[in-house]
Design a protein around this ligand. Structure first.
Ligand code: ADP
Ligand code: 2DT
Length: 212
C-alpha cells in the first residue's frame, strides 16, 4: 500500500458518560503527536436528513419509529463516501456515536428486535475500535440534569444501557469497555493509549464491513 490509512475509532456510551469531551481530547492529542485526526458525530444534524432527525429529537416533529430508525441509518450512509476518502488519505476519524447507538436506542422501544435494528447498518465501514464509556446511572445523574430532548429520561436510558450490553457480546466488533467514572484525564489516558495502538495495527489493513 502506498499510503497508510487512518483508523476509524468510535466512542459510545449512555448520556453524559463523557463521549463528546473525550472525542475532543483524543483528536487534540493525536494532532499534537503529529497525526491527522478529525472528529465526526452522529447524528450529523447539518444535512437534510440530519435536520429531519434534529427536529424529531427536539420534539418539534413526530416520525414513525421505523422511519426515524432508517433516517438515522441513512444519515450514516450519506457520510460513507467522505469517511472512506478521509481514511484513505490517512486521516484518523474519531466518531461520537455510530450504528451501536442506532441499534441501542431503537431496540429500547417496544417491538424492535436487535436484528431488525442492525440490518440497515450492515456493511457500513467497520470501526477498528469501539470504546464504550461505562458509567452507572447514579454517577451520570451527578453530571447534571437530563435535557429536554426525546429519549432523555432515566427509564429509557436504563433500557438503552441493557441493549448496549447485549451488543457488546458480539465478538466480531472490537469493543473495549472504559471505566468512565474516573477523572477526565485518567479516562483520556486509556483512550489515547488504545487509539494509538489500533492506529499502528490497522494502517496497512483494508477497512472492514460492519456486521457482515
Ligand atoms: P456525553 O457526550 O457522553 O453526553 P459529555 O462529554 O458532554 O458527555 O459530558 C457530560 C458532562 O459531564 C459535561 O458537563 C462534562 O464536562 C462532564 N464530564 C465529562 N467527563 C467527566 C468526568 N470524567 N468526570 C466528571 N465530569 C465529566
Ligand atoms: P446527541 O446528539 O446528544 O448525541 O443525541 N440516536 C443516535 C439514535 O436514536 N439513533 C442513532 O442512530 C444515533 C446516532 C441518541 C442524539 C440522540 O439520538 C440518539 C441520542
Amino acid at each position: 500500500m502506498s499510503c497508510r490509512r487512518g483508523a476509524l475509532i468510535v466512542l459510545e456510551g449512555v448520556d453524559r458518560a463523557g463521549k463528546t469531551t473525550q472525542c475532543q481530547k483524543l483528536v487534540q492529542a493525536l494532532q499534537q503527536s503529529g497525526r491527522a485526526a478529525e472528529i465526526m458525530r452522529f447524528p450529523d444534524r447539518t444535512t437534510k436528513i440530519g435536520q429531519l432527525i434534529s427536529s424529531y429529537l427536539e420534539k418539534k416533529s413526530n416520525l414513525e419509529d421505523h422511519t426515524v430508525h432508517l433516517l438515522f441509518s441513512a444519515n450514516r450512509w450519506e457520510m460513507v463516501p467522505l469517511m472512506k476518502q478521509k481514511l484513505e488519505q490517512g486521516i484518523n476519524l474519531v466518531v461520537d456515536r455510530y450504528a451501536f447507538s442506532g441499534v441501542a436506542f431503537t431496540s429500547a422501544k417496544p417491538g424492535f428486535s436487535l436484528e431488525w435494528c442492525m440490518n440497515p447498518d450492515v456493511g457500513l465501514p467497520k470501526p477498528d475500535l469501539v470504546m464504550f464509556l461505562q458509567l452507572n446511572p447514579n454517577m451520570a445523574a451527578n453530571r447534571g440534569e437530563y435535557g429536554i430532548e426525546r429519549y432523555e429520561t432515566s427509564a429509557f436510558q436504563r433500557t438503552v444501557h441493557q441493549r448496549f450490553e447485549e451488543l457488546m457480546q458480539d465478538s466480531s466488533v472490537n469493543w473495549k469497555v472504559i471505566d468512565a467514572a474516573r477523572t477526565i484525564e485518567e479516562v483520556h489516558k486509556d483512550i489515547k493509549h488504545l487509539s494509538e495502538e489500533i492506529i499502528r495495527l490497522v494502517e496497512n489493513q483494508p477497512v472492514g464491513k460492519l456486521w457482515r
